[in-house]
Design a protein around this ligand. Sequence first.
Ligand code: FE
Ligand code: FE
Ligand code: ZN
Length: 306
Amino acid sequence: MEKLIIGSHVSFTQEEGLLGSVKEALSYGENTFMFYTGAPQNTIRGKIDENKTIEAQKLMKENHIDINDVIIHAPYIINLANNKDEDKFNFAVNFLKQELKRAQTLGIKKVVLHPGSHVGLGVEIGLKNIIKGLNLVLDEKTGPIICLETMAGKGTELGKTFEEIKTIIEGTQNSQRLMVCLDTCHLNDAGYNVQNFDELLDNFDKIIGLDKIACIHINDSKNSLGAHKDRHENIGLGTIGFENLIKIIYHEKLKEVPKILETPYISKDGGKDRTYPPYKKEIEMIRQKKYNENLLEDIRKYYSKL
Ligand code: FE
Ligand code: FE
Ligand code: ZN
């Protein structure tokens, strides 16, 4: 059997902690997962329950989930690129330090971070601020890794090119603690042609180095190449397409890299609600390498019967 490390975004609640996340991942047939340590849009974080963590780690072992493949995503409101408000910048730095400590408490080694948005300060100053922030956060030689996510370039987002990511890595002192998280939707929306993934990887290798890839977010995109939009679509239903995503997921050079789905929940009956998680059926389809034309219907059937 081909090696495949695949999971999705799952929840992490105050009550169930890491144990709830592992159970959710297992319910989708996953062997890795990613979560926010609280709400993604805020920075309110509770205490971590030690017993639930120990139980979760045991459950992972029993089910062959390697904790080294599990990912935390930092909240997306953290913006190291903006230092207009000094208090906010310092808050972001301190929050990230705390987030790395939380990762350590949970036994998790990788934290994904959106590099930041320059909010009108300009690319150069924005990148300088990110480097300054990362130097403050990564003030020790060892500890969890921060994975800089490649962004779509929506608004003033930085990290939309491999060159910008390279500048950040090269400017940071303890850069051994920096790696990269590719996001297929973001790459497409940023203008990188994921349909020609070998070329894209060669390009990445020349600029940053393949050994820096820590994680890949697998999402289809609602928008066309270079749209700078960042709207995820379910696997096979977007502009990237099933066959292209399969090539990426099973790429020989990325065998050891965890793949994480962040595709949208689907509606009960075609409305605007986001009720059902798509991951179980999407992962089934990925494992079979066969496009399921009834994906959305199958998801609805599965969950309405539970
Ligand atoms: Fe992200
Ligand atoms: Fe992502
Ligand atoms: Zn996104």
